[in-house]
Design a protein around this ligand. Structure first.
Ligand SMILES: *Cc1c(COP(=O)(O)O)cnc(C)c1O
Length: 378
């Protein structure tokens, strides 16, 4: 571990990240690719993942906020960047000044972007709500956005670079909403064309649609979770079945080990009571670091060559594991989750145990956990 000998570290294998990007690039052959790097690259490190993506010929980076996009410009990323979510009054002026592409979800938002651009030509991706009912312009609002964009483009105030939308159920490929959203998207593209706008990029697919639905690839696919090596559709196929390698491994070392007698209540609330004399190990990471409290008594970790169950409640800074009668000493390495190659649990295993998705497991890893990057670009 590092010089500071942290209680725990998240090790991110950038070679695995690059490998996953190439698997996805192969799946999306013919389309360009956007590496989605929001929320600190799903906890994997914004700058390191951005550099790896660019070194692997990824032409687009996608983030949520203008602040994330500006952070990429600060580290000298000069490629195309799209960001897509902001409150009114966001710093559109800086975004346009730094040549960052902006999503527009309403005519009002487009107006704000044009006003902030102060004479520069803003690069805009028009977002249509095709059935997710989240961001994007719906129905008549889409028609208003199209009209406003056509006028602004004619005046030279904007360049419409893209038309795009987002799928609600791509992780369930047979869900009827997927085909329905794709159809609404095609109609939105036609409406835009009849207003005289034929943007360079039409984009709809996330990781799941990239891997399961070629008809949704259009000109660009936006890949997030699968690029980090986690399956976007756990009910369809596992990450290894997709040829993906989980990039993040969360590691710690046992801070305390002790024998306890049968009948010992463990951790807050005594939700676990030992059924026999056993050895308990203390892992110095808790829900304050992103180890979900819902994993109490439900998940396991990898320690000394075997899966070891989490026993009792996960606390803010620590949790206990049952080591049975194995002789293990303080300082023994623990893999909380990782690539799964040696039998260690994966972030997907933890997600299943906590009744959530792997996205939440990796993005929750908190600020006390040190990040260490491995691989060619580290
Ligand atoms: C997060 C996000 C993606 C990537 O989704 P994954 O399921 O992680 O591939 C794509 N598009 C938008 C708009 C997003 O917010």
């Amino acid at each position: 571990m590092s010089r500071h000998d942290p209680a725990a570290e998240a090790v991110v294998d950038l070679d695995a990240y690059a490998h996953n990007l190439s698997v996805l690039g192969e799946a999306a052959r013919g389309a360009r690719m956007m590496a989605v790097l929001k929320a600190d690259a799903y906890g994997h490190g914004l700058v390191e993942c951005a550099r790896t993506a660019r070194a692997n010929s990824v032409s687009w980076l996608g983030v949520t906020t203008i602040a994330e996009a500006l952070e990429l410009r600060e580290v000298a990323d000069e490629g195309r960047i799209l960001c897509w979510l902001y409150p009114p009054g966001a710093d559109f002026a800086s975004a346009v000044e730094h040549d960052i592409d902006l999503a527009a979800s309403s005519a009002a938002q487009l107006g704000e972007i044009v006003a902030a651009a102060a004479g520069r030509r803003a690069r805009v991706h028009l977002k249509v709500d095709t059935g997710m009912s989240r961001n994007g312009a719906l129905g008549a609002d889409w028609s208003h956005l199209v009209t406003a964009a056509a006028t602004a483009q004619r005046k030279g105030a904007i360049e419409v670079v893209g038309v795009w939308s987002h799928l609600a159920c791509a992780d369930e490929p047979t869900h009827p909403s997927v085909a329905a959203q794709e159809q609404v998207f095609r109609e939105a593209v036609v409406e835009l064309a009849s207003a005289g706008i034929e943007p360079e990029l039409r984009h709809l697919a996330n990781s799941a649609a990239t891997l399961t639905r070629p008809s949704a690839h259009f000109d660009l696919v936006r890949v997030g979770i699968a690029s980090y090596g986690l399956t976007p559709a756990p009910n369809v196929a596992s990450s290894s079945e997709y040829g993906l390698r989980p990039a993040m491994t969360l590691r710690a070392r046992l801070a305390h080990v002790k024998r306890v007698p049968a009948g010992s209540g463990v951790s807050y609330g005594h939700t676990h009571v030992t059924s026999a004399d056993t050895t308990l190990g203390l892992v110095p990471v808790g829900y304050g670091d992103g180890v979900l409290r819902a994993l109490s008594n439900r998940a396991s970790v990898w320690c000394a060559g075997d899966r070891r169950p989490i026993v009792g409640r996960v606390c803010m800074d620590q949790f206990m594991i049952d080591l049975g009668d194995t002789e293990i000493e303080v300082g023994e390495p623990v893999t909380l989750f990782g690539a799964g190659a040696e039998g260690d649990p994966t972030a997907q295993d933890w997600a299943d145990a906590a009744d959530t998705i792997s996205y939440e497991v990796v993005t929750r890893i908190g600020g006390r956990i040190e990040r260490r990057h491995l691989g060619a670009r580290a």
